[in-house]
Design a protein around this ligand. Structure first.
Ligand SMILES: C[S@@+](CC[C@H](N)C(=O)[O-])C[C@H]1O[C@@H](n2cnc3c(N)ncnc32)[C@H](O)[C@@H]1O
Ligand SMILES: [Zn+2]
Length: 379
């Protein structure tokens, strides 16, 4: 395996030379013997900032591949890390991790070549990172088991088709959710993932509090805090419910139990659930992320991270679910007015990081429609 050295954040690591694994001039990171995807740098940048705030003493990078995440946590997070377990079931990956850990002077590293699930049933830690290929579902129970009371877990999910309701059977299998493709599917997906996490944690009588969660590019990333207690777990379960959307009049909303008919026009609705209907971001954590960001002026995605954090802060005050303006406009055969104009017309509304076509508001559907109709007459 030929190696090349790359730089990401403050780390310099070796990865398999992509040129060696190209097929017809194309390259996919999954074709290399050890996985490294530069498109996930944004995910890692955000995670480094979050870990700085969480400040764990012990970390498990359970699916470490090249080791880039754990190495960056050590070099950049400013937290008093006493141990990082870098784990991967692939021997080639583990050998590369050893090389990378040494090259970056990670003094607190312990490297294991295990199945992540069996490892996670044997250790207790402050922070677990689950960054799999596709769905994190196979690692939820074990990661919740591995985290201390009050500890944190970060999950990446790249299987958007089931989560967003395009692959319904797969969603049922992996998340035990009856999903539908709704016009605000980008947010539905994140809430399907959180619903699964909450229900798995409840099995172990643990409660889940989402701290930071977002959608970007082709993945979701969620960071949760886990606390012990059957009663608390029940309270988390209480925040599960259902999304519905009417194909006829475009009305959408959420309910505790599944409903069949549109409360606005009586037509049959599409539903998705159980989904998490509670908060997905903790305001004070997002504020801290914005403050801490100033220490990371060197990261490539500085500007993009700042934009995301500010959008999340704005939209976090509104109820779950966003309104897809194109979807609503199509139902009423009107032009889509500029998003900023609609937000201005509603007064109490914001854009959403989930979609460039979406808005969040606590105003009613009919108020949105009225603004859209008035503005579209002026287009
Ligand atoms: C998407 S990659 C991880 C990427 C890495 N975290 C990063 O930020 O670049 C997933 C890794 O999980 C490893 N893996 C898959 N299933 C595993 C399992 N059951 N136990 C341990 N490692 C596993 C694969 O070998 C692969 O290296
Ligand atoms: Zn309706």
């Amino acid at each position: 395996m030929r190696l090349v050295e790359i730089k990401e954040g403050k780390a310099r690591i070796f990865i398999p030379d992509p040129k060696e694994y190209e097929k017809n001039g194309k390259f996919d990171p999954s074709w290399a013997p050890v996985f490294y995807n530069p498109r996930m740098m944004f995910n890692r940048d955000i995670s480094v900032i979050a870990v700085s705030i969480i400040s764990p003493k012990s970390i498990i990078d359970a699916l470490a591949a090249s080791g880039i995440r754990g190495i960056r946590y050590y070099l950049e997070s400013n937290s008093p890390i006493e141990e990082i377990i870098f784990n991967d079931k692939s021997k080639v990956a583990v050998d590369l991790i050893s090389k990378n850990v040494e090259a970056n002077g990670v003094k607190v590293a312990k490297i294991t070549n295990r199945d992540a699930n069996s490892l996670l049933y044997e250790v207790i830690t402050d922070y677990v990172d689950i960054d799999p290929f596709g769905s994190p579902s196979p690692f939820i129970l074990s990661s919740v088991n591995a985290v201390k009371n009050g500890g944190y877990i970060a999950y990446t999910a790249t299987d958007l088709a089931p989560l967003e309701g395009s692959a319904k059977k797969s969603c049922k299998r992996k998340y035990d959710v009856n999903n539908s493709k709704l016009s605000f599917s980008k947010e539905v997906g994140l809430r399907v993932l959180l619903s699964k996490i909450v229900r798995e944690a409840a099995v172990l009588e643990k409660a889940v509090e989402p701290i930071f969660a977002f959608y970007n590019d082709y993945y979701y990333r969620v960071i949760i805090r886990v606390t012990r207690g059957a009663k608390r777990a029940d309270e988390s379960i209480e925040k599960l419910g259902y999304f519905y959307e009417c194909e006829k009049c475009g009305f959408s909303g959420s309910s505790k139990d599944p409903i069949e008919k549109c409360p606005r026009c009586g037509n049959k609705v599409k539903i998705s659930g159980p989904v998490w209907l509670g908060k997905i971001n903790d305001d004070s954590f997002v504020h801290k992320m914005i403050d801490y960001l100033q220490n990371f002026s060197y990261i490539k995605n500085f500007e993009a991270v700042s934009i995301l954090l500010h959008k999340i802060l704005q939209e976090n005050k509104y109820p779950s679910g966003y309104y897809n303006l194109e979807f609503i406009a199509s139902k009423y055969k009107i032009n889509v007015p500029a998003r900023e104009k609609i937000i201005e017309c509603l007064g109490d509304a914001s854009q959403t990081h989930f979609s460039s076509k979406g808005i969040k508001t606590s105003k009613s559907f009919d108020e949105i429609l009225e603004c859209m109709k008035t503005l579209s007459n002026k287009v």
